[in-house]
Design a protein around this ligand. Sequence first.
Ligand code: TXA
Ligand code: MG
Length: 315
Amino acid sequence: MKTILISDVQEAVPYIEKSQVVAFPTETVYGLGANTYDEKAINKIFEAKGRPQDNPLIVHIADKKQVNVLAVEVNSVAKKIIKEFFPGPITIILKKNEIIPDNVTAGLDTIAIRMPASKIARDFIKACDVPIAAPSANLSGSPSPTQFTHVMQDFAGKIPCIIIGPPSQYGLESTVLDCTTEKPEILRPGIITAEDLKKAGIDVINSYSFFKDGIVKSPGQKYRHYAPKAKVKIYSGSKDIKPDSAFIGITALDKKIQEQFKKLKICKNLLEYAKNLFSFFRDCDEKGIQFIYVQKVEEKGIGMAIMNRLKKAVG
Ligand code: TXA
Ligand code: MG
């Protein structure tokens, strides 16, 4: 299959209309999208990614009103999130409307909804005139794509169309917030933190326990994820560095230690760490680096999202 790269979102519309998938940029990571109401197209997403059938997709919207079409029982917490944080890097889980095909939600009676802040993403969804169901545009298990070149690494020749945009502003997937429970609960930590939600008057459970009473609440969280080919190790201050390895973190190490790394990235702050993490993993793989040290950060604020991804990458 020939993969075309486009920057005019209008050119993507015929692919969506013909039950094809299209990769598109968002402020978190790139997505692999299809028409939410087109079961056949949704199946192509699962096939292209090699994604387990029990892992539901996020439905992306361009207009807040679309929430009322996709979900039933849009409760007060959801309304508040929509008012304060949409569009933005947060996904809400609500009871789904029965019109949504079962393969979008992996048979669950709930649906994940997100309105991206990225203007190109919203222009694309608007142009298609349907909500766009999309997981991250990476092969299942590999690091999420934060640049269109990453999408090409995984899908060139396998999907017909990639919309080119800038590198993702945040570089980590959205915060997933379950709004169906009495007290809303963060199922996947992200750039919008429990502290941010609290400031808006929304108290959440933030242990991101993905099992409850033996039931998997956020299926995506049970899989090994975000992993480069290289072995990933959380750096704990050792002076004994493996040869030809890489390091990413936010604190400059002792010069003598730093000099031992083949590839080194010291980020200015947590936001920059988040933004660079997945592309660092991919760069290391391209260079054939076998071992990556990642610096531990405090599991607070954005640090919680970073540590969640690091632990998954370690496996
Ligand atoms: O930032 C993002 O969220 C990106 C961009 C493309 O929007 N998308 C993304 O999608 O990360 P994906 O498929 O890689 O992750 C979706 C997560 C998975 O952990 C999935 O299990 C969870 O959301 N999820 C989706 N629907 C759910 C539902 N009904 N209940 C609980 N978890 C759900
Ligand atoms: Mg993903």
